[in-house]
Design a protein around this ligand. Structure first.
Ligand code: HEC
Ligand code: HEC
Length: 431
């Protein structure tokens, strides 16, 4: 009898957390890692710090979003130089490849805005990507992969890990000998932790790869990629869009109007499901400098205010095989998803758009696509979006030589059509 009442009272309690998020064990493990602040130098910067689910998996930190849009790393005062893009829908990007057509070489896929997480190591671009932030001194700033592996295997709060690394990957994954004094050394982001080559390094690398693959499983899950926007419901015949939104969709598609779908494709995604609104190629839109990008004042910036984000070309230059293609691809950034553009964790929160967060409004983005090559250059090359809109001008691009002049810049849209486009973009927020 006692046993029965135990089962009756406890079973539902045990079952609830698993059912509540309805994730598979590896996805659940990935979610625990994604939200574990203890895997960073200050004990507080998890992946979700910069990729907040409520904010469409971008950063919800308004003070940064309003300005440089680059998020401060776990070590105070350290910043990278890009805005966090959405970690949702990023999993649909294929392994980086290049297509040769009539002598033109087009790069497709990979993760990060410059495609440098190619998928060549773990087979999945976002898994290669996931190894990056932990060890990036300007992000989570852990001094060694050994520290990340140690802390996932020995969580500060075991309850945070209802599914443990060994549950998913087997006991072997924990069969790691760590260097002496590791736990203490991991507290210092600048510690030099020597891992002797051989068995120890191999075991740490294998476990670190499994942590990254678990993260990528979560990022591939339906909890992250919900496809639950009003647009999705409308395509499934489950809901309606307003006349203005439908007109916006037409402007979005028409080659002689917005031509947006040329890059933000509406065709099925790489796995055959609903559109992710990117073809995973790279382009330079001629986005102006964001004067508040903290990198302009970074000691590592040797070019001062002339610095530009080299994008795909910057990555290709580091690869002996791709180097010949680098110059033509300088300042090209990967076409992002357009899902969750206005999804915010708290009402009124600001978002930054484009690799450098120059734009803060969709009205500004759309007006830029429409009039980049029509309006005069702003007298101040560092004018903000608000200043440029008020003065009816656009500042010079960050980098001009590779700018796309064929598909955007002078779309000849009316004010009404611009407003319709914005209305359509807002139907792409997950509910
Ligand atoms: C300090 C903020 C910060 C933290 C913490 C952070 N990221 Fe990011 N994330 C970024 C930035 C910035 C980029 C773009 C960087 C680039 O392109 O070079 C990015 C890019 C990405 C991308 C690629 C998206 C795309 O479209 O290519 C994914 C996926 C991602 N992060 C997942 C993660 C995961 C998983 C973690 C935790 C292990 C994490 N991030 C931690 C800021 C952050
Ligand atoms: C030639 C390809 C191409 C076309 C055409 C195009 N885009 Fe883009 N779009 C991009 C690229 C590349 C980026 C990222 C550029 C960057 O970060 O510098 C981008 C970024 C954006 C962003 C910012 C997303 C974010 O999360 O930061 C929005 C919004 C957007 N595009 C909307 C549109 C609309 C609306 C149209 C049609 C008027 C359009 N795009 C046409 C390639 C294109």
């Amino acid at each position: 009898m006692r046993r029965l009442s135990f089962a009756l009272t406890c079973l539902p309690l045990l079952a609830v957390p698993a059912l509540a998020d309805d994730l598979s064990p590896i996805e659940r493990l990935g979610k625990s890692i994604f939200t574990d602040g203890n895997l960073s130098a200050n004990g507080a910067q998890s992946c979700s710090f910069c990729h907040d689910p409520g904010q469409g998996f971008t950063s919800a930190h308004d003070a940064f979003n309003k300005a440089g849009a680059v998020i401060e790393g776990a070590v105070p005062g350290r910043f990278g130089n890009r805005k966090p893009p959405s970690a949702a829908y990023a999993s649909f990007s294929p392994v980086l490849s290049h297509i040769i057509d009539d002598g033109d070489v087009t790069f497709v896929g990979g993760a990060f805005l410059d495609g440098r997480a190619t998928g060549g190591k773990l087979g999945v671009p976002i898994a290669d990507q996931a190894e990056g932030p932990f060890l990036n001194p300007k992000e989570m700033a852990m001094p060694s992969a050994a520290c990340v592996v140690y802390r996932v295997l020995h969580p500060a709060d075991p309850a945070h890990y209802p599914v443990r690394l060994t549950d998913v990957w087997g006991r072997d994954v924990a069969d790691v000998t760590f260097p002496a004094g590791l736990e203490e050394a991991c507290k210092n982001p600048d510690a030099k932790i020597e891992i002797p080559e051989g068995e120890m390094a191999d075991a740490i690398d294998a476990a670190f790869g499994r942590i990254a693959l678990s993260l990528s499983a979560f990022e591939q899950s339906h909890e992250v990629n919900r496809f639950s926007s009003r647009y999705d419901k409308w395509t499934r015949g489950e809901g309606t869009l307003s006349d203005e939104e439908l007109a916006g969709l037409e402007v979005f598609k028409a080659e002689d109007k917005g031509n947006c779908a040329a890059c933000h494709v509406l065709t099925p995604n790489t796995q055959g499901g609903p559109a992710v609104l990117t073809d995973w190629t790279f382009d330079n839109l001629g986005v102006p400098r964001n004067r508040d990008n903290p990198f302009y004042k970074d000691a590592a910036n040797t070019e001062g205010k002339d610095w530009y984000d080299a994008g795909l070309g910057g990555y290709l230059a580091t690869d002996p095989v791709f180097k010949p293609y680098a110059e033509a691809n300088v300042a090209r950034q990967q076409v992002p998803t357009l899902r969750n553009l206005t999804k915010v964790a708290t009402p009124g929160s600001v978002k930054g758009y484009m690799h450098n967060g120059y734009f803060k409004t969709l009205e500004g983005v759309v007006h830029f696509y429409n009039t980049r090559d029509v309006l005069p250059a702003c007298a101040d090359p560092l004018a903000s979006e608000a200043e440029a809109m008020a003065q009816k001008c656009w500042p010079a691009p960050e980098y001009a030589a590779t700018m796309n002049k064929d598909e955007l810049g002078n779309l000849k849209l009316t004010g009404k059509e611009e407003a319709e486009l914005v209305a359509f973009l807002k139907t792409l927020d997950d509910e």
